[in-house]
Design a protein around this ligand. Structure first.
Ligand code: PMT
Length: 221
């Protein structure tokens, strides 16, 4: 394994949710546990890569030998990823980055004076699209979390964001987020492969092997 295409390569991975502050004690977030991203960090390390994991708030122990950069918000994750992007060979975006953040975070705890409260939200920077648009750019791998038409939406994200590869997973109340197993379908510009349903560790191994193959092909010609 350590003689594969990823041996000695620098792999940058995002994992977990982000938290978008509403006030000093409240935030918007999602159900990501970080398990998929941490499993990928473990598998990339096992394949001999130098791994940097930019992680949102999770309660997991980082794999041995992996450098962890802890962040909270989408803006912080964006800044940390962009600071490292020039130095990495492969980028994998497994984080569930919030798509929207409050326009302003209140400076003090919001009081419950009113029956209704409106929050105004604004789009967060798209980290994956920024990495794919960077020059020089790493081999860029995204995830697609979809509740329906998984392969179709994933194929669309692959093309729209200009990715080298995308891993699509069906998500819902009993799929994808915060579980030990997952189902992955991988697509790239010239093909696709079903990685099946298995533990996130096993799927991470399969995905890292496939990324090594595709990365090796693109960088040997
Ligand atoms: O963490 P777990 O509990 O183990 O769950 C794993 C997972 C379901 C979170 C993971 O497998 C997964 O699918 N991660 C991506 C979740 C997601 O936000 O998907 P998306 O389809 O909304 O986003 C597409 C891609 O763009 C992702 O690679 C995402 O990291 C990236 N993105 C999205 C928004 C944004 N502002 N910046 C981004 O980089």
């Amino acid at each position: 394994r350590r003689n594969g295409a990823l041996a000695g390569r620098r792999v940058l991975i995002t994992a977990g949710p982000t938290r978008e502050a509403i006030d000093p004690v409240r935030f918007l977030s999602n159900r990501s546990s970080g398990k998929m991203g941490y499993a990928l960090a473990w598998a990339a390390r096992e394949a001999g890569a130098e791994v940097v994991l930019v992680s949102g708030p999770v309660s997991l122990t980082p794999p041995a030998g992996v450098e962890v950069v802890a962040v909270e918000s989408a803006a912080q994750m964006y800044a940390q990823v962009m600071a490292q992007v020039t130095d990495c060979d492969v980028f994998i975006g497994a984080a569930a980055v919030a798509d929207y953040t409050p326009v302003t975070a209140a400076g003090q705890k919001i009081k419950k004076h009113r029956d209704r409260l409106q929050l105004e939200l604004v789009r967060t920077p798209d980290i994956l699209a920024a990495v794919a648009g960077h020059r020089p750019r790493p081999f860029t791998v995204g995830f697609a979390a979809e509740t329906e038409r998984v392969r179709e939406y994933a194929r669309d994200k692959l093309a729209r964001k200009g990715l080298d590869l995308i891993a699509a997973n069906p998500v819902g109340p009993s799929q994808g987020f915060d579980r030990d197993d997952n189902t992955l379908w991988v697509l790239w510009p010239g093909g696709e492969r079903d990685l099946g349903t298995a533990s996130k560790r096993e799927l991470a191994r399969r995905l890292i092997t496939l990324i090594g193959e595709r990365y090796g092909q693109e960088n040997s010609t």
